[in-house]
Every structure is written in structure tokens, then in C-alpha cells.
Design a protein around this ligand. Structure first.
Ligand code: ATP
Length: 137
């Protein structure tokens, strides 16, 4: 088994989709290793998304990700990173497959409901960004 890191983004929380999304994640075989409701500061979001800091949407992304609470979680499953990216679907909900979380709950390319790590290495970095060892089970 291995792990991935996810955030239910501010749009998903504002729109009341926490329960439905967590239900879908659990039903898809992921075990919740760590989880909390939290809000990122501007500095947090700039650091978390630093790989995108030259992109034209960076300011919009930081503004969006800090505008309200998120649910941060670490999830465990065999092939966690790839299976979770399949479950969430394409970045742009217009391109996301039927039945994926983004197809069902995202509103736009920017406000796309959920994050999923893109590698095992980033999953470990992103999980450690949000959780201490004592918060992981
Ligand atoms: P995530 O990292 O959130 O799982 P991803 O890997 O599908 O998403 P990335 O290309 O890493 O997508 O972009 C990170 C996030 O930046 C996207 O989830 C989205 O919220 C935002 N984003 C990406 N491209 C755009 C864009 N063209 N316009 C606005 N926001 C964007």
C-alpha cells in the first residue's frame, strides 16, 4: 500500500460537498490516515504551489485556496497516487470523465473541488506540509 495527499478545496467546502466527496473516497477503497479542517495563509498557499509561481493563474490560485477552509487529508491504498488522480478526473471539469469527483463537484478549471498529489514524492512532501507525525494514523 502507499499514500497520497488531498485537499477538498474552498469551493467544495462552501458548496456543502465535504460529506459526499469523503463518501466517494471511502467507497473507492481509500483509508483516511490523517484529516483536518484548516485554512491556508497566503504564505502557505504560495509555498504549497511554488512550482506554479511563474504561471499566469498563480495569483488567482493563491487567492482562491486561501479564501476559506479546506479539508486536508492523507489517504492510503495500493497505487494511491494514480488511483486517486483517476478518481478525481481531469484538472478542467469540462474534460473530466463521467463519475469523477471533479465532473460531479467542480465548477471551473480554477475552482476544481479537489487536489490530488501527482507523485509519491510530492505526496510525502505535501502530507508533511499539513500534518505532524502525531496526526497520522
Ligand atoms: P492539483 O494540483 O490541484 O491536484 P492538477 O494537478 O490537476 O491539480 P495543476 O496543473 O497542478 O493541476 O494545477 C494546480 C491547480 O491550479 C489546479 O488544480 C487548478 O486549481 C489551478 N489551475 C491550473 N490551471 C489553471 C488555469 N489555467 N486557470 C486557473 N487555475 C488553474
Amino acid at each position: 500500500t502507499n499514500r497520497t495527499f488531498t485537499m477538498l478545496k474552498p469551493d467544495a467546502v462552501e458548496n456543502g460537498h465535504i460529506g459526499a466527496i469523503l463518501e466517494k473516497i471511502s467507497a473507492s477503497g481509500f483509508r483516511i490516515v490523517a484529516m483536518k479542517l484548516t485554512q491556508m495563509t497566503k504564505a502557505d498557499a504560495e509555498a504549497f504551489y511554488s512550482v506554479h509561481n511563474e504561471r499566469p493563474f498563480f495569483g488567482e490560485l493563491v487567492e482562491f485556496m486561501t479564501r476559506g477552509p479546506i479539508v486536508a487529508a492523507i489517504l492510503e491504498k495500493e497505487n494511491a497516487v494514480n488511483d486517486f488522480r483517476t478518481l478525481i478526473g481531469a484538472t478542467n471539469p469540462a474534460d473530466a470523465a463521467e463519475g469523477t469527483i471533479r465532473k460531479m463537484y467542480a465548477t471551473s478549471m480554477g475552482e476544481n473541488a479537489v487536489h490530488g498529489s501527482d507523485s509519491d514524492e510530492n505526496a510525502a512532501i505535501e502530507g508533511a506540509f499539513h500534518f505532524s507525525g502525531r496526526e497520522m494514523f
